[in-house]
Ligand binder design. Structure first.
Ligand code: MG
Length: 307
């Protein structure tokens, strides 16, 4: 049993084993939800690894910005605001200026989100790895469990842009069109949706950020809530840039919106009456009794997994 490789049980199979081994009831949301003297704390951690999440030739300021943003996104996805950050940095013997530029990006992000790097650790390694630990708080934390049959399923912003941006980056073209640059920007410098925190705190029954891709994350939400999620693919919010990209390279934008990762938008459920026309939220489906995620009536699974 124990000589199985991680790829044989998958990232989520591994998490399940760790959770059982630790006997933890807390593990399973974007953040750990903890109470300390009546205060609701949210703790999360996420790493950016060279060769997995970014390449050395990317602007280090962007890598630093993203390392903070992806963690803030988990706190925001649980209806919280970010407070304090620890950074664990693993690096080979590289230029000092590279490290400084990473931290310029992290500082900019922290100023933008209203949080602060308060410490960390540096260790030597084969490649650049930035592990961020973030502590946030919330008046009312919202997790993946809690979606109710009858709720509408909503997302913020547009979906699929980051995957298109990544593919464009990897093409290493000499000249990019304007819409292509804006997709690349969305991959390199995603922005956590702090503008949704109040809305989620007030109205959401379940909520998470979309990092692995809409379908994969909807599967997580449906499992933890014990509900069925039905998505109408004609309702998926697509940016003009993504549509242009798909036209130019003969791709299907719906595939990008369903399975593309790293958009760092939000997926949440609440009654339809809580839809806010002044925010960029789109109703893409409904919650019902049962299990599984269905797109246009067909059961789906999949998205990004690390193994
Ligand atoms: Mg997440």
């Amino acid at each position: 049993m124990n000589d199985k490789k991680v790829s044989q049980i998958g990232e989520f199979g591994l998490i399940e084993r760790i959770k059982n081994l630790l006997g933890s009831e807390v593990i399973g949301d974007d953040c750990a939800h903890l109470k300390l003297k009546g205060e609701n704390l949210l703790l999360t951690t996420d790493a950016m690894v060279e060769g997995v999440h970014f390449l050395r030739r990317y602007p280090p300021e962007a890598v630093g910005w993203k390392a903070i943003s992806v963690n803030v996104s988990d706190v925001v996805g649980n209806g919280g605001t970010p407070l304090w950050v620890l950074v664990s940095l693993c690096i080979p013997d590289i230029e000092v200026s590279y490290v400084e530029r990473l931290y310029v990006g992290m500082k900019k992000a922290c100023e933008f989100y209203g949080c602060e790097v308060v410490g960390g650790n540096i260790s030597r390694s084969e490649r650049v790895e930035i592990s961020v630990f973030l502590l946030g708080r919330s008046d009312r934390p919202v997790g993946r469990g809690g979606a109710k049959p009858g709720d509408g399923v909503f997302v913020s912003g547009t979906l699929g842009d980051s995957k298109a941006g990544l593919e464009l980056l990897l093409m290493e073209k000499r000249n990019y069109e304007k819409f292509e640059l804006s997709l690349i920007e969305r991959h390199l410098r995603p922005t956590a949706r702090t503008d949704y925190v109040k809305h989620l705190q007030k109205y959401a029954n379940a909520s998470m950020d979309i990092s692995d891709g809409l379908v994969a994350d909807a599967v997580h939400l449906s499992r933890r809530s014990g509900v069925r999620i039905e998505i109408d693919s004609s309702k998926l919010p697509l940016s003009d840039e993504l549509k242009k990209f798909c036209e130019k390279y003969d791709k299907d934008p719906v595939e990008y919106a369903l399975f593309g990762g790293e958009d760092y938008q939000l997926l949440f459920t609440h009654p339809d009456s809580r839809w806010n026309p002044f925010m960029d939220m789109t109703k893409i489906g409904v919650v019902s009794e049962g299990e599984g995620v269905f797109v246009d009536g067909k059961r789906v699974e999949g998205g990004y997994t690390h193994f």
